[in-house]
Design a protein around this ligand. Structure first.
Ligand SMILES: NC(=O)c1ccc[n+]([C@@H]2O[C@H](COP(=O)([O-])OP(=O)(O)OC[C@H]3O[C@@H](n4cnc5c(N)ncnc54)[C@H](O)[C@@H]3O)[C@@H](O)[C@H]2O)c1
Length: 310
């Protein structure tokens, strides 16, 4: 299949590109290298440095390559930044997605796959684990914009007649995650522990998240290529482990793996952060045939080994 992966130079997108290439697909990567890195891009992919907000540049690539699938991972991913700069978040995460779905319709793309979020959509959960039916109550513009993007995809898929699959990720971690951003406690702690620097925990550390390993997420994107649409199923799937892991637990496991000898530095809880969340993946299991295969211990071990080699 001919597949465009936007954000294919980034953390998750680059693993998706690797998985697609391993399956023999032809892949074009579109990325503006805002947070992505050239060295993440698989050598067998064709790379275009372009911005999803630039309609003309996008149109030329899509017209020439004629993709059967667009897999959309490019995004402004910082929740904190989205609060400070909501317009830019709308520009990239909503208008950028709108550009892509309009062009998907115009150039006869068969399927649109979208990297959405579970963690930032459901807000503070009312029921656990959160299923895809949980009310969408985002706590920041990032979540609002991801939800808007989901609606644009669904509506344009209906208008133009292409299929779509929306994957709502929990907290993804693994090799190539940016350790300098504000997201990704695993990457941040791993890097700081390996350098012998202090690790800050905001609040008491008992807040929990659902941590899913990036290779499992890439596999969900592979399965999404072959998903058979059903009229009775909205193609929106949580990609998660359904297990809560506290930040303290992540700290303890990483501490052992990196032989770190310091205690965490506790600071005031950050406002707007969800306290406890984990997501059900029953729907993905039933309809995509996906379930997570890496335990948190296995995933963290691979991640630490990768950061050490780096
Ligand atoms: N990391 C997580 O835990 C998580 C959880 C839920 C959803 N997601 C979603 O998964 C996707 C990938 O996230 P990630 O963690 O790999 O982040 P990332 O920052 O590593 O990847 C995003 C990529 O998009 C590119 N990009 C940003 N703005 C662009 C633009 N205007 N035009 C073209 N390219 C642009 C960046 O350069 C980068 O390569 C995002 O859509 C994100 O919202 C991530």
């Amino acid at each position: 299949m001919r597949v465009i992966v936007t954000g294919g130079a980034g953390f998750i997108g680059s693993h998706v590109v690797d998985a697609y290439i391993e399956k023999g697909h032809d892949v074009v990567v579109i990325d503006n290298l805002n947070s992505g890195r050239k060295e993440n891009i698989n050598k067998k992919a064709v790379f275009f440095e372009a911005d999803i907000r630039e309609r003309q540049a996008l149109e030329k690539i899509i017209k020439d390559f004629k993709p059967e699938v667009i897999n959309h991972h490019a995004a402004q991913i910082s929740v904190v930044y989205s609060v400070k700069n909501p317009e830019l978040d709308v520009d990239v995460n909503v208008k950028g997605t709108l550009n892509l779905v309009e062009l998907a319709g115009k150039y006869d793309v068969k399927r649109f796959i979208f990297a959405s979020t579970g963690g930032a959509l459901y807000g503070e959960p009312r029921t656990l684990p959160c299923t895809e039916e949980h009310p969408v109550l985002p706590l920041a513009p990032y979540g609002i914009d991801k939800e808007s993007a989901e609606h644009f995809i669904r509506i344009y898929a209906g208008i133009f007649g292409f299929d779509y699959v929306i994957l709502r990720y929990a907290n993804v971690y693994g090799p190539r995650q940016d350790p300098y951003g504000e997201a990704g406690v695993v990457a941040i702690f791993t890097m700081r522990m390996l350098k012998g620097e202090d690790c800050i925990i905001y609040g008491d550390g008992n807040q929990s998240r659902d941590f899913v390993f990036v290779e499992d997420v890439a596999r969900a994107n592979v399965l999404a290529l072959d998903y058979k649409p059903r009229p009775d199923v909205l193609p929106i799937f949580n990609i998660a482990t359904s297990r809560p892991t506290t930040v303290n637990k992540i700290f303890e496991i990483l501490k052992k793996l990196t032989s770190y000898d310091k205690e965490p530095v506790f600071e005031k809880k950050r406002e707007g952060e969800v306290y406890r969340i984990y997501l059900s993946y029953e729907k993905a299991k039933k309809y995509l045939g996906w379930s997570p295969s890496f335990s948190i211990e296995e995933g963290l071990k691979i991640t630490v080994e990768w950061f050490k080699r780096r």
